[in-house]
Unconditional design. Sequence first.
Length: 244
Amino acid sequence: MPDFTDSVWTRPARARTGQPALSREQIVRSAIELLDAEGAAGLSMRRLGARLGSGATSLYWHVATKDDLLELAVDEVMGEIYVPEAGDAPWRVGISVMANGTRAMLLRHPWVIGLLGTRPTIGPNVLRMSNRTVALFSAAGFRGPDLSHASSLVTAHVIGAATSEAAVVAAVRRSGQPAAEMRESLRPYMEKAAEGLEAYDSWRQQDGVAEMHPEEVFAESFGFGLDRILDGLELWLNSQKAAD
C-alpha cells in the first residue's frame, strides 16, 4: 500500500546528467492533455511515452511513478487559479475570485476531482493558493480554527458543485442527447410516478429552470450558494466582533 506521506515534493530532485531529450515540464503538460482527453484511467507511462515519441523507460528518469506524475499534474493545473492578494481586494471579492477560479479549473480538468485527498497536495502552486486564501480570511478577521473552518466550508461548496456539474456534463456527453431532451424523456415517468402527489408540483415548478441552458443553471446555483455562504460567514464574523 502506498504511503500517503510519501510525495514527489518531499524527495530531493534527481541530479541531471547530460541533456535529456524531454524535460519534466514537457512530460507533465503532455500528461495533462491525455488526462483531459481520457481521464485518470486513460493515463499510463506507456501511453504517455508513445504520445511523446519516447519510451516509458525514459519517462521514469524524470518521474518515478504514475502517482508522482499525477501529483505533478494536479499542482500544474492548480497554477491556473488566480487568488488576489489580501491588499488588492476586499476579502469577499478575493474569496469569490478564488472559488470561481477553482470551479472553472475543476470543470476544465474534471479528473482532478477524483484525485483530491488521495495524495498530498503540497506543491508550489497549491501552497501559493493556500497562503493567499489564508491571508484573505485573516485580513477579514478570521483566526485559528475558525479560519480553517471558513476556508473548508467554501472549498466544500466548490468541490461539491463542480463534482455534480462534471458528472452531469459527462452523462449528457455519453447519452448523445441535449440535456433538455434528456429531461423531457423523464417527464412521462415523473408524471406517472408522482401522480396525485405533491412531489410532482416541485417537478413542474422547475419548468422555468429547464428552459435555461444547463451551464447557466449550474453557474447560477453555484453563485447563489457561494453568496449565501459568504453572507453567513460575514454575519458570524460581525457578531464575533460585536461580542469582543
